[in-house]
Write a protein that binds this ligand. Structure first.
Ligand code: ADP
Ligand code: F6P
Length: 323
């Protein structure tokens, strides 16, 4: 192996920069040339390659986002787009590619690897919906950002005797919402994995009011059938019954921005190093991720054909802790 390239793709996640830095520096330590590809698969198709040295990735471990830029690139989903990408990789004499990203990005990585090109994926998405890892890069920081917001909302909610519907990201996965509800001490949670009954939710809020609570926080996953606005609309039809006055806060992309915490810096560093170790020993067509505290490599075929399941038994814990 002489030359590798790396890219970040899909939604950015705090800790991606730590992974970039680790891939570059561990690659250089193996005497390889390392190229960064700008703007994900879009840059792979257009040939936006930059050589990266050790100093080029200095001072980035503490930064959120990705120094390489990211993109959603519909063209890469086509065979023609991937052929263009392969020809750019050959033109730059690159022998292997590291893809830092989530579910969609790893599906793209698998498609590329099926054409015979060596690819290693690094699990990175705030959604924590990627099979082959217990927790991906960015989840811990995004969760902490949500908790800071929830803690603040509780203060103003208490002052005004209000209920807040707080919408968090996660696509079709309720992980961020469920964990934020437990760690944030919320009164209720709504996730895609378990259909919410708005009538039951209204009764729960009324019960919290009648129990003498000064506020109620409901964490709502964006992918749930009733997202925060949907649930608020439903409640508005009969506003009196909740007891609390109601407000909606959508955290949105705030969760993705900001500096990575220690967990994501360490995870990015370890996974970046694991990716080049895989390539050095001839491993490819795999995703590196943290499983039961250890870094494991899982075939991309397995990653892309399995759905990561959320431990919905934690809903019972969330409920009892909200008494
Ligand atoms: P994430 O990686 O965060 O889940 P996306 O789902 O948006 O983000 O995927 C990122 C990119 O990965 C897409 O814009 C596309 O370029 C590529 N991708 C997604 N799905 C596929 C697919 N089925 N085949 C090839 N490439 C894909
Ligand atoms: O996959 C990460 C994520 O932040 C999801 O939680 C969210 O649904 C989506 O990306 C938002 O995408 P965009 O940044 O393209 O609006």
């Amino acid at each position: 192996m002489k030359r590798i390239a790396l890219l970040t793709s899909g939604g950015d996640a705090p800790g991606m920069n730590a992974a970039i830095r680790a891939v570059v520096r561990t690659g250089l330590a193996k005497s390889w040339d390392v190229f960064g590809v700008r703007h994900g698969y879009a840059g792979l198709i257009s040939g936006d390659f930059v050589p990266l040295g050790a100093r080029d990735v200095g001072g980035i471990i503490q930064l959120g986002g990705t120094m390489l830029g990211s993109a959603r690139c519909p063209e890469f989903k086509t065979a023609d787009g991937r052929l263009k990408a392969l020809s750019q990789l050959r033109r730059h004499e690159v022998e292997a590619l590291v893809v830092i990203g989530g579910n969609g990005s790893q599906t793209g990585a698998y498609a590329l690897s099926q054409s015979g090109f060596p690819v290693v994926g690094i699990a990175s998405t705030i959604d924590n919906d990627l099979y082959g890892c217990d927790i991906s890069i960015g989840v811990d920081t995004a969760l902490n950002v949500s908790l800071e917001a929830i803690d603040r909302l509780k203060v103003t909610a208490s002052s005004h005797h209000r209920a807040f519907l707080v919408e968090v990201m996660g696509r079709e996965c309720g992980y961020l919402a469920l964990m934020a509800s437990i760690a944030g001490g919320a009164e209720a949670v709504i996730i895609p994995e378990q259909e919410a009954d708005p009538e039951a939710m209204a009764s729960d809020l009324r019960a919290a009011y009648d129990m003498g609570k000064s506020h109620a926080i409901v964490v709502v996953a964006e992918g749930a059938r009733y997202n925060a606005e949907g649930m608020a609309d439903y409640f508005k039809q009969n506003g009196e019954r909740l007891g609390f006055d109601l407000r909606v806060t959508k955290l949105g992309h705030v969760q993705r921005g900001g500096a990575p915490g220690s967990f994501d810096r360490l995870l990015g560093s370890r996974l970046g190093a694991a990716a080049t170790d895989q390539l050095a020993c001839g491993g490819h067509g795999v995703l590196v991720g943290l499983c039961m505290g250890e870094i494991k490599a899982t075939p991309l075929a397995e990653v892309t054909s399995n759905k990561k399941l959320l431990d919905v038994s934690l809903l019972a814990l969330a409920r009892v802790l909200a008494l």
